[in-house]
Design a protein around this ligand. Structure first.
Ligand SMILES: Cc1cc2nc3c(=O)[nH]c(=O)nc-3n(C[C@H](O)[C@H](O)[C@H](O)COP(=O)(O)O)c2cc1C
Length: 173
């Protein structure tokens, strides 16, 4: 699958089979996450890989109904910001860096046939607290997004809206 096809065919998957994701595939996904650009090359992120079923269920329950994909996910990755590594002149760039890492992981997984869904965390205070407590995050480590992964239960039939002419402006607004 080439990059354009991966970007255009990715969809959120919310029901997964029991098929486990190999260690090698998890490594490839993480490597994709760490391969994105970061402001001043700060690389201000850390990742928590969660495969324990009880922990996935706990996260699902603590995140509420929108987090039910975690019930069938075989793996999830929490993308975190490391405050110690934030660019001191523009600390908020960490949010952009973490978002790029999350999307890179989603696309790498998709290329390998692994489905996923992004479960937003930052800046939703309730989820940040719930995920932070469930995963024992230390001070200065900020939960950004939780990505649920697994092999899709059914192939998607979703028609994606790819291009909207009226969202594009050339040269000026
Ligand atoms: C910041 C963010 C937060 C999201 N949070 C959730 C969520 O809590 N639960 C969920 O099922 N999907 C969540 N999604 C996935 C979106 O619902 C999904 O990307 C959107 O509906 C478009 O569908 P697609 O991913 O299939 O193209 C989130 C996506 C983003 C980018």
């Amino acid at each position: 699958m080439n990059t354009i096809d991966a970007i255009k065919t990715r969809i959120s998957t919310r029901q997964f089979t029991d098929q486990p994701i190999t260690d090698e595939a998890v490594h490839t996904i993480l490597e994709a996450g760490m391969s994105g650009p970061t402001a001043v090359n700060a690389r201000p992120w850390s990742f928590i890989v969660i495969r324990d079923k009880a922990t996935l269920d706990k996260l699902a329950n603590s995140g509420g109904r929108p987090c039910t994909p975690l019930m069938s996910a075989t793996m999830a990755i929490l993308v975190c910001g490391d405050a110690e590594r934030f660019f001191k002149f523009v600390p908020d760039f960490w949010v952009v860096d973490a978002s790029i890492a999350a999307q890179n992981m989603i696309l790498a997984a998709h290329e390998m046939g692994v489905g996923s869904v992004w479960l937003g965390c930052w800046p939703a205070a309730d989820r940040m607290q719930a995920f932070g407590e469930a995963l024992a995050l230390p001070e200065g480590v900020i939960p950004h997004s939780l990505i649920a992964f697994g092999y899709p239960q059914e192939p998607s039939t979703k028609q994606k809206l790819l291009y909207e002419e009226d969202r594009v402006h050339f040269e000026q607004w």
